[in-house]
Write a protein that binds this ligand. Structure first.
Ligand code: IMP
Length: 467
């Protein structure tokens, strides 16, 4: 009798950008299907390969493993134009996706008016302006009166002329309401053209994943955005619009939860955050949030280039936490698309404990451990860990749900013994400095999860498996 398959999940446990894509790339050869279950083109996954780095947004991160199927589930929202472009970029890289890429026909479309609305209305959250929030809002709204606002790929396959005319009406309404200089005809034409390019990848069988797993396929679900950006469980309202947690993998990834095997959490050794919102462990607190968001609001500021001229050692040994954060950002190259600086913070064990319990994490992988030796140079002379919170003078050990309270939280910081060695060439846990091994044990204790892997550099091989 043929063995029935199973599914595992890779999730980011912080605020995004933990290095999930490289973890998926490392694990992909053990699976038959790599599947996305949430989000859309707001995700930016960089995978470094022999041919150099490639950035993908909607296509799952298993592209370098030719035997894997790449599945975009119904929980995602699909930007048709960007997906067609992405397929081309991956194709130019020498990777054909015919018969490999499958997109659920139940996935909703990010329509042109969603992108306009996000650009106009998403500023106070610091959204990435990809139309994600408006697309999920329309998915929940279904119809405005008798006008269809949630359009799925299946609808367009079924009746393209009618659906494109509705997409056009939806765009015209927003264009008129906000008096936007948009050529509606051109926009719709471009979407129609892109749809023809992605049409053959759409999977019309809603039980596709089910059937594959029943025949023995092993699935790796790849989370986008991360736990603290979950629309309900994250730092609401400064979150994305989708469900990012483990339980969402099965609804958004189109598989029955009975096939679940394990959940792997990815954590970055020094945290980062993009966009506005509470981040108790941030170096430099509000000063850092404002500074990083200035670039977000003004893309002509070339903060990355300016910061590249700074002397990292001087910054890291500064008495001001804000400058320590700047130094760590330069050192670990924490810049997003359009070179916006990411906010930098200490590893927060209160937040990690919450994320690990909420998702039933079985195994942890910690990325960017090579950067931790920078803490041998800071004034406090130790690796900082947030071990508790103070909320209005009261000590707490949980993540407050109220946004204002989460913003008011002050971190309680403990400093662990540092190490100075460069560990980027090390490939075995036993060879790591004792201080780092102790640090890993503390993380295991706080999260209740076994650490099974460490990233010690950006390259594929700069990875330590812990048996
Ligand atoms: P949206 O997902 O574009 O609506 O943005 C909502 C919030 O999530 C903003 O703070 C974004 O910066 C953040 N966000 C969305 N996608 C990512 C990601 O892939 N990495 C990190 N932050 C993200």
């Amino acid at each position: 009798m043929k063995q029935i398959g199973y599914a595992d999940i890779v999730l980011g446990l912080q605020f995004g950008d933990e290095g999930k894509a490289r973890v998926v790339d490392n694990l992909a050869s053990q699976y038959d299907i790599i599947a996305r279950f949430n989000g859309g083109s707001n995700a930016g996954h960089i995978i470094v390969n022999k041919k150099g780095p490639v950035t993908i947004h909607q296509i799952p991160s298993g592209i370098f493993h030719p035997k894997t199927t790449l599945y975009i589930g119904s929980g995602c929202v699909v930007n048709i134009k960007k997906l067609a472009e992405e397929i081309k970029v991956v194709g130019d890289y020498g990777i054909g996706l015919e018969k490999r890429l499958k997109i659920s026909s139940q996935a909703s479309i990010v329509q042109p008016h969603h992108i306009l609305l996000d650009d106009l209305l998403g500023k106070s959250i610091g959204t990435l302006k990809h139309g994600i929030g408006p697309a999920y809002a329309d998915r929940a709204m279904r119809m405005y009166g008798d006008r269809l606002v949630n359009i799925r790929l299946a609808d367009v396959i079924d009746n393209p002329t009618h659906m494109f005319s509705i997409i056009k009406t939806n765009l015209k309404i927003v264009q008129k309401q906000y008096k936007l200089p948009v050529s509606v005809e051109k926009e719709i034409e471009a979407v129609e053209k892109a749809f023809a390019q992605i049409r053959s990848y759409i999977e019309i069988d809603p039980l596709y994943m089910q059937r594959r797993v029943e025949k023995g396929s092993r699935v790796l679900f790849e989370g986008a955005q991360s736990v603290m950006l979950d629309v309900v469980k994250g730092s609401v309202p400064y979150v994305t619009a989708s469900s990012t947690i483990a339980a969402a993998a099965y609804t958004g990834g189109d598989l029955s939860p009975k096939y679940h095997r394990k959940t792997i959490g990815v954590v970055k050794a020094i945290m980062s955050r993009v966009g506005y919102g509470p981040f108790p462990s941030e170096f430099g607190g509000k000063q850092s949030e404002d500074y990083c968001m200035e670039t977000y609001n003004d893309e002509t500021r070339h903060t990355k280039d300016v910061e590249a001229t700074y002397k990292v050692d001087e910054l890291i040994s500064s008495p001001e936490h804000f400058y320590v954060g700047v130094g760590l950002r330069v050192l670990s190259e924490e810049y997003g698309a359009t070179s916006a600086p990411r906010r930098i913070g200490r590893l927060d064990l209160v937040q990690l404990h919450y994320a690990a319990k909420l998702n039933g994490i079985d195994e942890l992988i910690i990325t960017k451990c090579d950067v931790l030796n920078a803490f041998s140079k800071i004034r406090h002379g130790g690796i900082p860990l947030v071990v508790g919170y103070k909320l209005d003078a009261k000590t707490i050990d949980y993540v407050p749900a109220a946004s204002d309270a989460f913003y008011r939280v002050k971190p309680i910081i403990s400093y662990e013994k540092p190490f100075i060695e460069d560990i980027s060439h090390i490939r075995s846990f036993d060879k790591l400095p004792l201080a780092l091994r102790k640090h890993i044990k503390l993380i295991e204790k706080a999260s209740g999860c076994k650490v099974v892997g460490l990233g010690v550099g950006p390259k594929r091989e700069q990875y330590i498996s812990i048996p």
